[in-house]
Design a binder for this molecule. Structure first.
Ligand code: FEO
Length: 392
């Protein structure tokens, strides 16, 4: 248990060892499930719980806080990494009401063993008095579930934002001390969790910043005493701002696709375009997601295997499509031996991309002169498009 303000404590858990989130995104820096205890003169509230795997940390911290009573358990978001420990708390504090919105209550009743009578349902903008402290609930739907909300502690001007503004970073530091160190873990978090809901994020930033915020206390990663840092990051990542870069997730089985990818990467570099390659047989898909945030052009490199795209490349395209990135231009390069439907398959997996598609460059076996020429032409076209975006 650590104090973050007068009668406000951090009581969650740092998960130093977790290495995969959603069984999908690698966590090179671990993560945390933050939970906050607010003691008012008349009532005490806990804001969000922790992942069930670390519920003992939360219970120990609450016991350390020596509270005699817990009146409210505020649930900003029903996903189990925050709500999972609520069931145990509800047993430990049978008089405590679970405070949340109607939609979140429905999810919690689906996910946990909680009965109707345990809930106090609140509306958007409603306040809850703890005596000398007041909680205000601000609904922020789709950051990243439909029921997500934030809790604003009026007197202390702290926004408890749950997933919103979070980062996957296990650290001993309660507060962000080095903004550059938290930038990438926050971007990794944004890329997987928030990027698919970009337009909602913009609206919800405007909504929460209508309050004067002096501190953002998310439920993953350290607390921001300079809230503008992460607010500005979110604005940048959501805006139509791009780097003069091409990203190339690829796989090659017998080097033909690799020869094309390396030639193409060199052609781009010679044209002063930054290139990021991801060999999908070993790449960190979190890095792939991070790169999607501000890269305007995605070129997929795949051989044809068993009549279609290589599954490791298909996985990258499937994930990128699910993340609904703001990619402006896309293309496919690769090689085949005896035919197949690789191009059609990859195109078919890009339904959420609003990107302009370039003509594919596909070689039979090793690339020949015409294939190299077409790769050069593709590099020229990308430069032209990036110039039009004002980034080349
Ligand atoms: Fe951190 Fe959407 O849960």
């Amino acid at each position: 248990m650590r104090q973050i303000g007068k009668n406000i404590y951090s009581v969650g858990a740092v998960d130093w060892v977790r290495r995969l989130f959603d069984e999908l995104i690698p966590l090179p820096d671990g993560t945390s499930y933050n939970s906050y205890l607010v003691k008012g003169s008349k009532a005490t509230a806990l804001i969000d719980g922790v992942d069930p795997a670390r519920h003992e940390d939360l219970l120990e911290n609450i016991i350390d806080s020596e509270i005699t009573n817990l009146d409210y358990i505020i649930c900003n978001h029903a996903e189990q990494d925050h709500s999972g420990a609520i069931e145990d708390l509800a047993v430990l504090y049978p008089q405590a009401k679970v405070v949340t919105n109607e939609k979140c209550k429905g999810f919690l009743m689906d996910l946990l063993d909680l009965t109707q009578d345990r809930f106090k349902v609140i509306e958007d903008g409603e306040t809850l008095s703890l005596g000398n402290k007041t909680l205000k609930f601000i609904f922020t739907p789709w950051v990243h579930w439909p029921e997500t909300m934030c809790t604003y502690l009026v007197e202390d001007k702290i926004l408890f934002s749950c997933d919103f503004f979070g980062s996957h970073l296990a650290t001993a530091e309660l507060f962000v001390k080095n903004e550059q160190a938290v930038y990438e873990p926050a971007k990794r978090y944004y890329a997987e969790i928030m990027m698919p809901f970009r337009s909602n994020i913009e609206k919800n930033i405007a909504k929460v910043t209508a309050e004067k915020i002096e501190m953002i206390a998310p439920s993953h990663g350290p607390i921001y005493q300079n809230p503008q840092f992460i607010i500005n990051c979110y604005k940048d990542w959501g805006a139509d701002k791009f780097v003069n870069r091409v990203m190339i997730p690829f796989v090659s089985m017998h080097e033909s696709t690799a020869v094309m990818v390396y030639y193409f990467a060199k052609a781009l570099m010679q044209r002063n375009v930054e290139v990021k390659l991801f060999n999908m047989s070993s790449a960190d898909v979190g890095q792939l997601a991070i790169t999607l945030v501000d890269t305007p052009t995605l070129i997929v490199g795949s051989p044809q295997v068993l009549g279609g795209a290589h599954p490791a490349v298909a996985n990258a395209v499937f994930l990128a499509n699910a993340l609904r990135p703001k990619t402006k231009f896309a293309g496919i390069i690769g090689s085949y031996g005896w035919g197949g439907k690789m191009v059609e398959q990859i195109k078919g997996m890009m339904e959420h991309f609003k990107a302009e598609l370039f003509e594919p460059v596909i070689a039979k076996g090793l690339p020949k002169n015409d294939d190299y020429k077409n790769l050069d032409l593709l590099a020229d076209k990308i430069v032209e498009k990036h110039k039009a975006l004002g980034i080349a």
